[in-house]
Design a protein around this ligand. Structure first.
Ligand code: GLA
Length: 656
């Protein structure tokens, strides 16, 4: 390729998946960290490993534009040719993930500010304010320049906008952000009266008389207005989404190739990825297990199923995971034998049509030099390299899985606004948190071999026999009506504690908790009785509850479990309500795992939901297309669906 931009029309038909046959396999490629003579070896080894795609130029801004408006394409042109020569497709990044020092020095107002007013310097990465005009303009310009230069190159098959938006700076509290927040609020509320009503500013003399008085929830003597905080989460997600849109549109002006940006589902709270999922051509996700999680494969599966939900059940791409240890946990555990393979196959089973890693070649310098790569520091005579090569070969043999649907008839209700709202401060108990509630219910089903889809309460719930709402604190009228309709028309619903409590402004629904769900659950709650830290109380039917209890009256429902002791002996802890043609269960505490499993067994039975296959403990099963994926996370051999799988092994069974 020459240094001249191409004059051919790069536009092809719009697509939602890159033109690469079979499952994608590869990783982030950062050739600028290595001398040029290494690149040919990289390409050769990529071929050996079965790599068919790499993400390129994610952090290349400083090299591509060493001075404002001066581009140096030569080195990237040469890398592109090396990859093209080896038949490796390119997921070309816009190189905007981290502005270079010259940019930050020239535009110091673009540096982000924390809630206590500290300005963050350059010297790490991602040091920009999401509402900075100078950053947005510079990033969009570079994105457009990259797209213009490479859109017509046959090796380039998709675009990678920025990188993990919000990873380090999800909220910026500077004056530019304050101005953007006010503009966002004006669009939401129209006038200050509406804002004052929504925010409940009659409380604590908070009434605003002038838009200029409205600021981000900066550090303040005590609890900041909860609705202001909730709107701040909404605004911050939208501010970053606007940045994404600006870059995407700059790329789209030159190319119709698929465009994505990598998400961080499941643990990342600041971005409303359900909204973001509508703005990308294909959903891609980065997932790293927490090594010290007692069951990392459960959290991985949750992330994969959630990502499929963000993709509205379309195939998605695992843009990053690790071959072994990462560098950013307190203790970075290496993957145990078989884990790399099982993790990759679990993602594929749950809808991924590609497995990629951070990064191709483990770095020699910089903050991530202890992060594993596909090609480790030790080179090719290593266990890790052999596993990477074996995985490439195995995935190549699974090409027929691409595009096939994942079987699930249980929907787990997921809502970012509810997550933001339930974890605001000054609540009845800090122990009622979103992910913990979701994880417990999710894990119970994972252990039963039941696959779930993640779905928003206001989206299509029609295909689900059973809906689970482990934590739905904030619920709109439309959401509540959809759940009611699901049950009335014969569906089953299981609701967890502290759900249906507030409306979209975080105002309590009056007349008894859980306001939005009182009727469907057939209960009325007078008062919450959270427990002290670490306390649990017994249930009359056996088992126990922790965290939470409620002074609950039956209003059509029947008691299924009752408190034996604690603050409310004799009152119901779990209820069941026949409503229309269906059934709604209310679990008004955090049950011990076995008791929760029992309640879910009853609900699954009632809803007629069967597992993908009956499984022994520690074995994961998922049905995708005509294959049954069996992942044995135990150390012992198991037999599932007539197939014996070694300890730590996996099998993909046709038919199953
Ligand atoms: C994220 C980033 C990568 C890298 C990895 C390390 O996923 O996108 O650039 O920092 O984390 O785990």
């Amino acid at each position: 390729m020459t240094d001249q931009p191409s004059t051919t029309d790069p536009r092809q038909s719009a697509r939602s998946w890159p033109d690469v046959p079979g499952l994608l396999y590869g990783g982030d490629y950062n050739p600028e960290q290595w001398p040029e003579e290494v690149w040919a070896e990289d390409a050769r080894l990529m071929q050996e490993a079965g790599v068919n795609v790499v993400s390129l130029a994610i952090f290349s801004w400083a090299l591509l534009e060493p001075r404002e408006g001066t581009y140096e394409w030569g080195w990237l042109d040469r890398v592109v040719e090396v990859l093209h020569g080896a038949g490796i497709a390119i997921d070309m990044a816009t190189a905007t993930a981290s502005p270079p020092p010259w940019f930050s020095r020239a535009h110091p107002e673009s540096l982000p500010v924390t809630e206590d007013g500290t300005r963050l310097w350059w010297g790490s990465r991602q040091a920009y304010c999401p509402s900075s005009t100078s950053y947005r303009e510079a990033a969009s310009r570079l994105a457009g320049a990259v797209a213009e230069r490479y859109a017509a190159h046959p090796a380039v098959r998709m675009w990678h906008i920025n990188n993990e938006y919000g990873c380090h700076v999800a909220h910026c509290y500077c004056d530019a952000s304050a101005a953007a927040f006010r503009t966002w609020l004006q669009a939401r509320y129209g006038d200050l009266d509406a804002l004052n009503t929504a925010w409940g500013t009659a409380f604590w003399s908070q009434r605003y008389g002038d838009w200029e008085e409205v600021i981000p929830p900066r550090a303040s003597p005590t609890w900041r207005n909860p609705t202001q905080q909730l709107d701040w989460w909404r605004f911050s997600s939208d501010a970053l989404l606007e940045l994404y849109r600006a870059e995407r549109d700059a790329v789209r002006a030159h190319s119709d190739l698929p465009i994505t940006t990598n998400f961080m589902a499941s643990r990342f709270k600041p971005l409303d990825y359900l909204a973001w999922g509508r703005e990308v051509d294909l959903v891609s996700n980065d997932h790293y297990v927490i090594g010290e999680d007692p069951a990392p494969e459960v959290e991985l599966a949750l992330s994969a199923d959630l990502t499929r939900g963000l993709a509205r059940q379309a195939p998605w791409l695992l843009m990053e995971n690790s071959t072994s240890a990462v560098n950013w946990q307190p203790r970075n555990l290496a993957k145990t034998p078989g884990q790399l393979r099982r993790h990759a196959l679990s993602h594929v089973a749950r809808g991924a049509d590609g497995i990629m890693f951070f990064q191709w070649r483990a770095s020699r310098a910089g903050a991530e030099k202890y992060h594993s790569g596909m090609l480790p520091h030790g080179g090719t005579d290593t266990k890790l390299w052999r596993e990477v090569v074996a995985l490439g070969a195995e995935l190549a043999g699974l090409a027929e899985v691409t595009g096939t649907p994942v079987a699930a008839s249980v929907g787990l209700l997921w809502d970012y606004e509810s997550w933001w709202a339930v974890e605001l401060d000054s609540h009845p108990s800090q122990d009622v948190t979103y992910l913990a509630a979701v994880r417990q219910v999710y894990e119970a089903l994972w252990r039963k071999g039941v696959t779930v889809d993640f779905v928003h309460p206001e989206e299509d719930l029609g295909g689900y026999d059973l809906l689970l709402a482990p934590s739905l604190y904030l619920l709109t009228d439309a959401g509540a009506q959809a759940l009611d309709a699901h049950v009335r028309t014969g569906g089953c619903l299981v609701v967890g504690p502290f759900s249906g409590i507030v409306d979209e402004n975080d105002h309590i629904r009056l007349g008894g908790y859980p306001g939005a769900l009182r009727e469907v659950l057939g209960v009325r709650v007078e008062e919450f009785f959270p427990f002290a830290a670490g306390v649990q109380h017994a249930l009359s039917e056996g088992g126990s509850g922790r965290t939470w209890s409620e002074l609950l009256h039956l209003d059509g429902a029947q008691a299924v479990r009752t408190w034996a002791d604690g603050p409310l002996p004799g009152t119901p802890a779990v209820t069941r309500h026949r409503h229309g043609d269906g059934t709604a269960w209310y679990v008004a505490t955090t049950l011990d795992d076995a008791s929760l499993g029992g309640v879910l067994d009853d609900a699954l039975h009632e809803a007629g939901v069967a597992p993908a296959a009956p499984v022994p403990a520690g074995v994961e099963v998922v049905r995708r297309g005509d294959r049954l994926f069996v992942l044995n996370h135990t150390g012992e051999p198991v037999t599932v669906a007539g197939t014996t799988v070694d300890g730590g092994g996996a099998a993909v069974v046709q038919g199953g």
